[in-house]
Design a protein around this ligand. Structure first.
Ligand SMILES: Cc1cc2nc3c(=O)[nH]c(=O)nc-3n(C[C@H](O)[C@H](O)[C@H](O)COP(=O)(O)O)c2cc1C
Length: 196
């Protein structure tokens, strides 16, 4: 258990919705998907819509790891596929096996409590139980990175609904990626297009 004065900000989790890659597991099989960790003052939550592997794993295991990363390709790949097993690290704490991402800048393992289930989603409160900081470099905000994140979100909506408006939005974010992104953002955006 983490001590009482654990500060999520030391691991990159600030007020608002933090876009992370959540890793969970089913038996020995790890899974990764982008998910928003919601922080309102000192409370942390997660809202998972029905239908994802993450939803099923959290319901069964009541635990997850939120990985902080600025790697656009990790966001693109984990939105549409599962990551290769080699992307995960296996760590044991207090007899629990967890699967953070090797390339995460930091990660926080959470226990999920007070889970509320509706017809569409579950909302769970998150209690931090273990955290780790890898070496990370300072990085100025790059609009291309955030445009890849937005494109991934609209791509999941497009896949769900088939509505043309999402394709238009993805195209507009593609223009920002072209203008502001580096090679990593451009490659990740191409990957998003491949999955449409
Ligand atoms: C940046 C980003 C944030 C997302 N946040 C959430 C979220 O908070 N809750 C949710 O249910 N889905 C969210 N999604 C959608 C899931 O990542 C997506 O449905 C994914 O395919 C689920 O993968 P899984 O089946 O491996 O869990 C998000 C997607 C992106 C790109």
């Amino acid at each position: 258990m983490l001590e009482k004065d654990f500060d999520p900000e030391n691991f990159g989790i600030y007020d608002g919705i933090c876009e992370t890659i959540v890793t969970t597991c089913k038996g020995w099989t790890p899974n990764a998907a982008p998910m928003g960790i919601i922080r309102r003052k000192d409370k942390l939550y997660l809202r998972l819509f029905k239908g994802s592997a993450t939803y099923e794993n959290v319901l069964a295991e009541k635990s997850l790891v939120a990985n902080i990363t600025h790697d656009p390709m990790l966001f693109a790949l984990s939105t549409f596929t599962n990551l290769d097993d080699s992307a995960f690290e296996q760590t044991v704490y207090e007899n629990n096996t967890i699967y953070p991402l090797k390339e995460a800048e930091s990660w926080v393992a959470f226990e999920c409590i007070n889970t509320k289930i509706t017809s569409e989603a579950l909302v769970a409160e998150l209690v931090p139980v273990h955290a780790h900081m890898n070496e990370c470099r300072i990085k100025a905000p790059n609009r291309g990175f955030y445009a890849v994140i937005e494109a991934c979100i609209h791509a999941t909506r497009y896949q769900l609904t088939g509505e043309e408006k999402y394709l238009k939005l993805i195209k507009a974010y593609g223009e920002i990626v072209e203008k502001c992104g580096g090679d990593a953002e451009k490659d990740a955006f191409k990957k998003v297009y491949e999955f449409l």
